[in-house]
Write a protein that binds this ligand. Structure first.
Ligand SMILES: [Zn+2]
Length: 315
């Protein structure tokens, strides 16, 4: 039987509950936060409070999406999960090159070396030092998703990274979560992963709503991947994310997931920001139902789709 791998252990897909499919619960001080201090989300007490609110509003699970060595801290994630009662799925993998200094190992290691690092985090435990140095100390918290990314163009690093992620997926069944830069290169990501033997039902492409072109989304969905939309609170005029869900969810009911990707202090209630991590469960749900989306479809998007997508592939 398949399972979802959380930081506190494996759960049945039926235990997932309402799930935010792409979040940032912890971002410790790192190369990334030096450039953008608003990304610094290192406070366990504030994160526990924000996730407790999410739990009280009916939420159950969040998928963290900060991969190796760019501010991830799996011990903090486990502590927040215990304190809040929210299931947390933590990633292995690597982010875009721009989130690392130019001498970072991720730029130079070979495909099979990267795959071995990812597989060890899925099977044995995430490095408590975040693969930031020569000593590796495996925490008793395993990775439940492989996060990879493309920037505006494919680079040899990204080709290698996708091959390493596919290798780890074929070996373990671990699902894959991708970053698309402003929604671009989604078709190329899906085609590449498919050609590398990845089961596209266990692939989630993030942020594609930032390119809200209907024909593009239909082409993406026809490949069989799942799409994660997370800009429902970001638009200044209109809400193309809301429009996409209303239009495409009835047509592709099993393939759309939602999250917030709220990777800034200024978005969190407990850091004094807004709209806070309950936004999807309150305002966005209300807006969707007001636009005619059925409650059953909301449950499908928030519960059933992530439960299928983030279950380990069984061969
Ligand atoms: Zn993100």
């Amino acid at each position: 039987m398949s399972f979802i791998r959380t930081v506190l252990g494996d759960i049945a897909p039926s235990e997932l509950g309402l799930c935010y499919a792409h979040e940032h619960i912890i971002i410790d001080a790192s190369f990334t936060t030096q450039a953008t201090p608003d990304f610094l989300l290192d406070d366990v007490a504030k994160a526990s409070a924000e996730l407790s609110d999410f739990r009280a509003a009916g939420g159950s699970t969040m998928v963290d999406s900060m991969p190796c060595d760019c501010g991830r801290n799996v011990r903090k994630l486990a502590e927040i999960s215990r304190a809040s009662g929210v299931h947390i799925v933590a990633p292995t993998g690597l982010h875009m090159a721009k989130y690392y200094d130019p001498g970072h190992w991720g730029h130079f290691y070979a495909e099979d070396q990267l795959a071995a690092l990812f597989i060890a985090e899925i099977k044995e435990g995430i490095d408590a030092h975040d693969y930031s140095g020569p000593i590796v100390e495996r925490a008793p918290h395993r990775a439940g998703v492989i996060k990879i990314a493309t920037d505006a163009q494919w680079s040899p690093r990204e080709e290698k990274l996708f091959a390493a992620a596919a290798h780890a997926h074929r070996r373990t069944g671990c699902p894959i979560l991708t970053h698309t830069e402003q929604g671009t290169l989604g078709l190329e990501q899906a085609e590449r992963l498919h050609s590398l033997g990845v089961d596209l039902r266990h692939v989630v492409l993030s942020h594609t709503d930032r390119k809200p072109d209907r024909a593009y989304h239909r082409d993406l969905l026809q490949t069989g991947v799942r799409l994660e939309y997370d800009s429902g609170f970001r638009w200044k005029e209109g809400n193309p994310t809301l429009d996409l869900v209303v239009e495409l969810a009835p047509e592709f009911p099993r393939q759309i997931l939602l999250g917030m990707d709220a990777a800034r202090r200024s978005y969190w209630t407990h850091h004094g920001g807004r709209p806070g991590l309950c936004f999807l469960l309150r305002e966005f749900r209300g807006d969707l139902l007001a636009r005619g989306l059925k409650e059953a479809l909301w449950q499908q998007i928030m519960r059933d789709n992530p439960a299928r997508a983030y279950a380990f592939a069984v061969r």
